[in-house]
Write a protein that binds this ligand. Structure first.
Ligand code: FES
Length: 106
């Protein structure tokens, strides 16, 4: 099972075991990780699952789709490594993935 490390805006690290095929968002929600709201439940229409993919992992997680990029325009503190966590699908190759959480979604 791949492990994902979530790091809160103030540096608290939470390691969770994820299931391949689940989204990073649902992995966070299912494991009680705060910092992901996910109002739309993963439909790519709320942007409250904003996260920052650690620089070492941006290639492996791939690029945001056009729809995702449009939604990212609504987030606070957008950065080049911003993603919507509901659009990142967990895979075995993402074992060790590091996700940083923004201060704006507490
Ligand atoms: S959960 Fe709404 S955009 Fe990701």
């Amino acid at each position: 099972m791949p492990t994902i490390k979530f790091i809160s805006h103030d540096g608290v690290e939470t390691d969770v075991e994820a299931k391949a095929g689940d989204s990073v968002m649902s992995t966070a929600i299912d494991n009680g990780v705060s910092g992901i709201v996910a109002d739309c439940g993963g439909a790519c229409s709320c942007a409250t699952c904003h996260c920052y993919v650690d620089e070492d992992w941006t290639e492996k997680t791939g690029e945001a789709t056009d729809v995702e990029l449009q939604m990212l325009d609504f987030v606070l503190d957008q950065k080049p490594n911003s993603r919507l966590s509901c659009q990142i699908v967990v895979a075995d190759e993402l074992d060790g993935l590091v996700i940083h959480l923004p201060a704006s979604q507490i």
